[in-house]
Design a protein around this ligand. Structure first.
Ligand code: ZN
Length: 224
C-alpha cells in the first residue's frame, strides 16, 4: 500500500486496509538493487518538521514521482537527467500534502496486520477488538438465536478464533485489523460452532445464511 503524488498533480490516498493491498505490498517489497538506479537519503525541515526522504534516479523514469509508502517513508523518483534538487523543490511545493500523508500512512502502518505491537498498543487494540466483537456478536447472535457464554480476546499466534465446548468464544485481537466483512465471517464461524461443532455441510449452510460469500473469504484468510 502506498500513496502516490505525480508531477502532473493528481493525488490519491488509499485509506482502507484491503487484502489486495497487503498482497500487492508484499510483492513490491521484493525490489532488488540494480545499476540503472541511483539513490540518496536526504533530510530537510518542512514547515518546522524534520523529515527524511529518499531520492532515486531511474533510467527509465519519464517524470518525477513521489510515493509515501505504508510505513510513512517518502521516496521521490526522478528521471536520470533531473537534478537531485528538483526533488527538494517538489517536496517544498507540496509540503502540506507530503506532511499529511506521511502522518496518515505512519498511522495506518502501525495498525497493520503485520506490524509488531508493543504491550501498550496491544492492550489498546485488544480493547477496540473487544468492543467491535461484542457489537457484531450481538447482532449475529440475535439473527441466529444462539446464546454464548463468554467472549475472550487473545493474542493467538495461529488462530483467528475458537469456540469451546462450554460455549465460550475466543478471538484473536488482530481480527480488528481485518476488513470488517472478514472479521464478521470469523465471528459468525465461531458463533455457528455453538450449534454445529464440526465443519460439516450443516455448519457451512448456517454460516452461509449471513456470509454467503464465505468461500472467497476463507481462501483470502488462508494466504495471510
Ligand atoms: Zn471452525
Amino acid at each position: 500500500m502506498s500513496t502516490l503524488l505525480k508531477g502532473g498533480g493528481s493525488f490519491s490516498l488509499n485509506e482502507g486496509i484491503s487484502l489486495q493491498d497487503w498482497l500487492d505490498n508484499d510483492e513490491s517489497s521484493n525490489n532488488s538493487i540494480d545499476e540503472t538506479k541511483m539513490s540518496v537519503q536526504k533530510k530537510m525541515t518542512l514547515r518546522s518538521e524534520k523529515i527524511e526522504y529518499t531520492v532515486r534516479k531511474h533510467r527509465t523514469a519519464k517524470r518525477l514521482k513521489l510515493v509515501i509508502s505504508c510505513d510513512g517513508n517518502c521516496t521521490v523518483t526522478l528521471p536520470w537527467r533531473m537534478g537531485f534538487v528538483s526533488a527538494d523543490d517538489f517536496i517544498r511545493k507540496n509540503a502540506q500534502w507530503v506532511l499529511e500523508k506521511m502522518k496518515a500512512m505512519k498511522k495506518i502502518g502501525k495498525n497493520s496486520l503485520f506490524a509488531r505491537h508493543d504491550r501498550v498498543e496491544y492492550l489498546k487494540l485488544k480493547e477496540h477488538a473487544r468492543a467491535m466483537v461484542a457489537r457484531r456478536l450481538e447482532k449475529y447472535a440475535e439473527f441466529y438465536g444462539f446464546e454464548y457464554k463468554g467472549v475472550a480476546i487473545r493474542n493467538q499466534k495461529t488462530r483467528w478464533g475458537s469456540c469451546s465446548s462450554k460455549g465460550n468464544l475466543n478471538f484473536n485481537y488482530k481480527i480488528l485489523l481485518l476488513p470488517q466483512r472478514h472479521a464478521d465471517y470469523i465471528i459468525v464461524h465461531e458463533l455457528c460452532h455453538l450449534k454445529e461443532f464440526n465443519h460439516g455441510k450443516r455448519f457451512w449452510n448456517l454460516v452461509g445464511q449471513t456470509i454467503p460469500e464465505y468461500e472467497k473469504i476463507v481462501k483470502q484468510l488462508k494466504v495471510l
